[in-house]
Write a protein that binds this ligand. Structure first.
Ligand code: AP5
Length: 214
């Protein structure tokens, strides 16, 4: 099974992707996380990508497709992938469709999380993450037990550079202008698209997703 978690920044793709990854035998492939890891490691790709990410703009397709192709071929199709934050342009969607077919397992579904803009801004400006284990917290709705410290591994929590309010608003514009239209490509390709109300508790959203996936 290959599924795409789709939706604006802050809709809960990472949160739900991690839960689904645990529940099903799938590999989560988050292009945002791969790019942040490359930037942390100081690779040429990571440093180039960081300029776009910090400005809230999309990283060029050639960079993304090279990176995704490498990961997909290296990991093989062990039970399939959850694509999180990918594809984000028409060119990425067509390339993913071709790669997935070539590997003998086409895309089964696109799951679209919908949340209104002001809630997204609230969520992202309050998001904290653990640079050590990757766990995500929300300052207002899901705070860590001890302020600034990861409940799982005890590491100090951090805030993403692109979670400043002005950058979040730019990311939302980019989503509307360049990414939302990608859904039409999947419609044309005949891939089932499911819209899920993401403005509910994490558990309720997860229950809707698992009801769809079975
Ligand atoms: P990426 O890392 O993919 O960021 P994004 O899509 O903007 O998504 P986020 O990670 O911000 O949000 P999310 O939907 O995963 O929500 P989360 O679960 O974390 O991309 C970053 C950048 O990299 C892009 O801007 C671009 O520059 C570049 N990039 C990446 N992929 C690219 C591509 N394919 N092409 C080109 N460029 C690319 O949740 C957010 C917060 O809300 C958390 O605090 C969480 O705790 C909280 N939360 C989650 N669910 C709920 C809920 N139900 N109720 C209340 N709070 C909740």
């Amino acid at each position: 099974m290959n599924i795409i978690l789709f939706g604006p920044p802050g809709a809960g793709k990472g949160t739900q992707g991690s839960l689904l990854e645990e529940r099903y035998d799938l590999v989560r492939l988050s292009t945002g996380e791969l790019l942040r890891e490359a930037a942390r490691n100081g690779t040429a790709l990571g440093l180039q990508a960081r300029v776009f990410m910090d400005a809230g703009e999309l990283v060029p397709d050639a960079v993304i497709l090279g990176m995704v192709g490498e990961v997909m071929h290296a990991r093989g199709n062990r039970g399939g992938f959850i694509f999180d934050g990918f594809p984000r342009t028409g060119a990425q969607a067509l390339a993913l469709d071709a790669m997935a077919r070539e590997m003998g397992s086409p895309i089964d579904a696109v799951l679209v999380l919908t949340v209104d803009d002001e809630e997204l801004v609230r969520r992202l400006s309050g998001r904290l993450y653990c640079p050590n284990c990757g766990r995500i917290f929300q300052r207002y709705s899901d705070p860590p037990a001890k302020e600034g410290t990861c409940d799982t591994c005890g590491h100090a929590l951090d805030q993403r550079e692109d979670d400043r309010e002005d950058t979040v608003r730019r990311r939302l514009d980019v989503y509307r202008e360049q990414t939302a239209p990608v859904l039409q490509k999947f419609e044309k390709l005949g891939v089932p698209i499911h819209h899920i109300d993401g403005d509910r508790s994490v558990d309720d959203v997860n229950a809707s997703l698992t009801a769809i996936l079975g």
